[in-house]
Design a protein around this ligand. Structure first.
Ligand code: NAP
Length: 562
């Protein structure tokens, strides 16, 4: 980061009113970034040496400090995000539960995956050495807070909790959409660090433009890994920056996802109405601002039925067999989505992008708009249109400056969908696209053009699954989580959760950003060969003083090595 780059003050903006929110927060300059990273690097030696119970106490103290912020946190966060006090209180609950989950994990200690292979000095033809392996922290981690989860995926969210739990200092680049919330939570984490007697460099929050402050952090040689939740463009830019460093580092980016939801023929024919109503709730939940929002609905039309077309004359494809059930499904979905009414998005930029994408879908070849047409005018403020190059340009905010948008529903044939890359793009917001498929081959064709996703959902009955087992095997190769007869929004935080998926859903399909497995992103294996007992970490010593589960000579045990 060059020293002559501009410094800014970052203000939140109320998405309901467009009003600027005070106070402002100074953007970090180059000297501040360098000082924070130096402090984090200096703190690492002391922090990595803390025990699991020490880190557990820190994580629990953070949770308590966040709870102690009380209603002020809810008020500030609601003003900055318009998510509403009920949702914010629930997200706060999730955030503190996550912190306590990681506290339990590291207090118990077996997460380090200790493996011990004792020596066989008499082995022929060569003696076998004593080798012991466990996971160890990596060093300072930069976390980019997410716009759509101001608490659970932000300053003290899952990335921060898992990185701290593993023994790494964390620097958070606050999201510019909620700087006040970020500052409050940042104070809570720093207070917890002080309360636990930890060095100051174990945690920091910085404000400032991603292209300046965020980039400087990712490029800084003292940083060892990055956690990110946001757009594909942002995540990809950080992946490229990290890869171009003299010493490349991993970026664990969770990016866009359209989360295909497949409705099989028996299910749509016999309970299409119920599926449509549940789906409308999932699409519109939180104004559609979830990475698990179902943005692509692949309907396998039942054989037979009447010949009513789903959309209209320009829908293309087969408007014959089974179209009656699909038409009824689409009609109920549209009506239920419309009934949800418009909602306020997180900020005008996100609303503007949403309206621009809705306008592009509505004017795309072969696409039928069932609801949401004209949404680019909605709210009088958030408007955008595609330019000549097809790039969406944010338009000026209207007089009210707010970010209100209506839901949008489109349909298209499978043939048109597979030939239209635009239709496979994420529309971040309360919008979804129904694709009419004739059979499993059509579904597979559609899946083949959309890339990796966080989730896929199948709605089917026993009659369906008997005939579509092969499709399940295809689906599971494209996502991190397969859901049966449910909806993808709502991510349970538990050890068995996978929240990640093949690129572009996430930068590393080998990892999850939710659940206890998230800690594995911020630790690396180290093996010790013929190491004296006195120099081994406690987890690998013969006596097993932490009492953790280990693999000793191939068998799981908590017993000491004798
Ligand atoms: P974003 O634009 O990707 O920004 C996320 C964070 O990354 C911000 O702190 C941003 O800083 C930083 N950043 C972005 N590009 C960067 C770059 N090239 N170099 C360094 N830092 C960079 O995401 P957003 O602001 O949350 O929302 C924008 C769009 O992202 C939405 O409209 C939606 O399409 C998508 N989104 C997807 C998900 C999901 O889970 N799939 C979640 C949220 C958003 P600055 O803001 O300071 O630039």
């Amino acid at each position: 980061m060059s020293t002559n780059q501009r410094t800014d003050t970052i203000y939140g903006v109320n998405p309901k009113t467009g009003e600027r929110l005070d106070p402002g927060f100074p953007a970090a300059d180059a000297a501040r970034v360098d000082a924070l990273v130096a402090d984090a690097v200096a703190s690492f030696a002391r922090y990595r040496a803390t025990s699991g119970p020490d880190r557990a106490a820190f994580l629990r103290a953070i949770a308590s400090q966040i709870e102690a912020l009380g209603d002020e946190l809810i008020t500030v966060c609601d003003a900055e995000t318009a998510l509403g006090p009920v949702r914010i209180a629930s997200e706060r609950g999730r955030t503190v539960n996550q912190l306590r989950m990681f506290a339990d994990l590291v207090e118990e200690g077996s997460w380090v995956d200790a493996r011990i292979d004792t020596a066989m000095p008499d082995r022929s033809p060569l003696p076998k050495p004593d080798i012991r392996r466990m996971l160890a922290p990596i060093g300072p981690v930069v976390v980019f807070g997410a716009s759509n989860f101001p608490l659970a995926f932000s300053v003290a969210g899952g990335d921060t909790a898992s990185a701290l739990a593993a023994g790494n200092p964390v620097i958070v680049k606050a999201h510019g959409s909620h700087p006040g919330t970020s500052a409050l939570v940042g104070k809570a984490v720093s207070a917890a660090a002080q309360q636990c007697g930890l060095p100051t460099g174990v945690f920091a929050v910085v404000h400032g433009p991603g292209s300046v402050v965020g980039s400087a952090l990712v490029k800084h040689p003292g940083i060892r890994a990055v956690g990110f939740t946001g757009s594909r463009g942002g995540g990809r830019a950080l992946m490229d920056l990290a890869a171009a460093r003299e010493t490349p580092i991993p970026v664990y980016a969770e990016m866009g996802s359209i989360n295909p939801l497949i409705v099989l023929p028996h299910a749509i024919a016999h309970r299409g109405t119920a599926i449509a109503e549940g789906l409308a709730g999932s699409v519109c939940l939180g104004v559609g601002q979830f990475c698990t929002n179902p943005g692509l609905i692949l309907v396998v039309e039942p054989a037979g039925g009447d010949a009513g077309a789903v959309g209209g004359a320009n829908a293309g494809g087969d408007a014959g067999a089974g179209a009656g059930a699909t038409a009824a499904f689409v009609s109920r979905l549209a009506a239920t989505m419309e009934a949800q009414g418009p909602g306020v998005m997180l900020n005008r930029s996100i609303a503007s992008t949403y309206c621009g994408m809705v306008a592009r879908f509505a004017s795309a070849h072969g696409v039928v708009t069932h609801t949401g047409a004209g949404s680019q005018e909605a709210g009088g403020g958030a408007s955008s249109q595609p330019d000549d190059t097809g790039t969406t340009q944010a338009a000026e905010a209207g007089p009210d400056g707010h970010a209100t948008v209506p839901p949008a529903l489109f349909s298209v044939s499978a043939d048109v969908f597979v030939q239209s890359p635009l239709l496979a793009e994420e529309v971040f917001g309360p919008a979804t696209l129904v694709v009419r498929c004739a059979d499993a081959t059509d579904v597979t064709r559609c899946l083949s053009v959309i890339g990796g996703n966080l989730t896929a959902t199948l709605h089917g009955d026993d009659e369906d699954f008997a005939g579509y087992a092969d499709l399940v095997r295809v689906v599971e190769q494209t996502v991190g989580r397969v859901i049966f007869n449910g909806f993808p929004t709502g991510v349970e935080v538990c050890p068995s959760m996978t929240h990640g998926g093949p690129y572009p859903a996430s930068a590393s399909e080998f990892h999850t950003s939710v659940g206890t497995g998230a800690i594995l992103r911020f630790a690396r294996p180290v093996s010790y060969q013929n190491c004296p007992q006195s120099l081994l970490p406690a987890e690998l010593q013969n006596a097993n003083p932490r009492g953790i589960m280990r693999i000793v000579n191939g068998a799981y045990t908590r017993d000491p090595v004798v």
